[in-house]
Design a protein around this ligand. Structure first.
Ligand code: BGC
Length: 391
């Protein structure tokens, strides 16, 4: 079933109401949207949630659920043109609801960690649930990835697009202010890319850090580990952490460390080195400080190349940082889509973000949002291929 954008311009709606027109002065690109909507299943409270499939002319598809504004599948061609699903996930919304891995979810109100679940804003101390040892991770016990969002088809000539909105109440998971969040996924019409645009407004000062938590395996989900993927991170510094993965507040130069991905390097080459930071992360689980023109300009964050499939992923963002997480907590106990078992380090995340624990670090770029201001953030995940023998 094709769903249509309900936003009919006011004048046309008025004419329709008066019975003055029988044919609309359409079609527009919106009316031509072929976005597919299907029932995804039910969550615990009995609500039904849906799955929307966006496609472009190259055959690339992205399936998104309004449960958690989650990217459920992403099918992109390999060097032979064969489509493969390159993100991890589950087959049912119940699995997403019970899962602990945040597969493909929209993370909020605050992506990554807040030390001891506490921060002070405008002189008030806020206390959040602790769901990661002594810290708060990814927005608390029930973050944005476990909420039901309202979906609308907003496709245009730029590509098929799904808008998801969510109103997070004042005090939800301990955060101040009612926050209205909008996430638009666009499957770009003229290249194989998914663009994610975030906007948010609040009625009270608050902190926020929105990201997408897709786990990528460019050989296809459930298809071996990612240690041979060659990664480039466009970042000369990272934020070192303590044993609970809270930043120390310092920025460290990556040169002469296993954190130097300025030139393409297979993920597995240095991952098991005797290095305190790697020990704390059980591998890579750190925030890199992006070398961009300015921290908020749209620029390249990362590039990953999989020699097996030839697929290349390039991530661009307006965020100042990226969390590169090498799937260290995947341990073969999670059964994902189509019965695939997700083994140790069988996927990686590139979470575009503000730095972890920024509410407690005055020298990090601010994550405070004030009323009457709108947060805008964009990240683009673009796929190409490298043919065998190409340099
Ligand atoms: C965190 C990891 C965590 C993973 C899944 C990442 O963003 O940095 O430490 O295990 O998300 O929860």
């Amino acid at each position: 079933m094709a769903i249509r954008n309900a936003r009919i311009p006011a004048m046309v709606a008025a004419l329709l109401f008066l019975g003055a027109v029988t044919t609309l002065p359409y079609p527009t690109a919106e009316a031509k949207s072929k976005m597919q909507k299907q029932a995804f299943g039910k969550i615990q409270d009995g609500q039904s949630v849906d799955l929307y499939t966006l496609a472009n002319k190259y055959g690339m598809t992205a399936a998104i659920s309004n449960f958690g504004a989650t990217l459920v599948s992403l099918k992109v061609p390999d060097r032979d043109g064969k489509l493969g699903d390159v993100v991890l996930g589950y087959d049912t919304p119940a699995d997403y609801e019970n899962g602990k891995a945040y597969f493909g979810g929209t993370i909020g109100r605050y992506g990554n960690r807040i030390a001891h679940g506490k921060f002070t804003l405008d002189g008030v101390v806020y206390t959040l649930p602790l769901n990661d040892g002594p810290n708060t991770l990814h927005g608390g016990v029930r973050g944005f990835n476990k909420r039901v969002w309202t979906a609308q088809d907003v496709s245009s000539s730029a590509g098929e697009a799904l808008e998801l909105t969510y109103a997070s109440k004042d005090g939800e998971e301990g955060f101040p202010g009612t926050l209205l969040v909008k996430v638009v996924y666009t499957l770009v019409a003229d290249e194989n890319a998914v663009r994610i645009d975030y906007t948010a407004t609040t009625d009270k000062d608050t902190v926020l850090n929105l990201t997408n938590h897709s786990y990528f395996n460019l050989s296809g989900q459930g298809n071996g580990d990612i240690l041979q993927h060659q990664l480039t991170l466009f970042a000369s510094q990272f934020t070192p952490v303590d044993v609970t993965l809270i930043p120390t507040g310092k920025l460290q130069d990556v040169h002469n460390t296993p954190f130097d991905f300025l030139q393409p390097m297979a993920i597995g080459v240095r991952i098991n080195m005797a290095d305190e930071q790697l020990k704390f992360g059980r591998g890579y689980d750190h925030n890199w400080v992006l070398d961009k023109k300015s921290p908020s300009s749209l620029g390249l964050a990362a590039r990953a190349y999989d020699p097996q499939s030839g697929r290349i992923l390039e991530v661009s963002t307006t965020e100042p940082g990226v969390q590169f997480y090498s799937g260290n907590f995947l341990d073969g106990t999670v059964h994902g889509k189509h019965g695939k078992v997700y083994a140790y380090r069988s996927a990686f995340c590139l979470e575009t973000q503000h730095f972890p624990d920024s509410p407690n670090e005055k020298d990090f770029p601010s994550t405070v949002l004030h009323p009457r201001k709108t947060l805008h953030s964009t990240s683009i995940y673009k796929f190409t291929v490298q043919k065998a023998g190409d340099k």
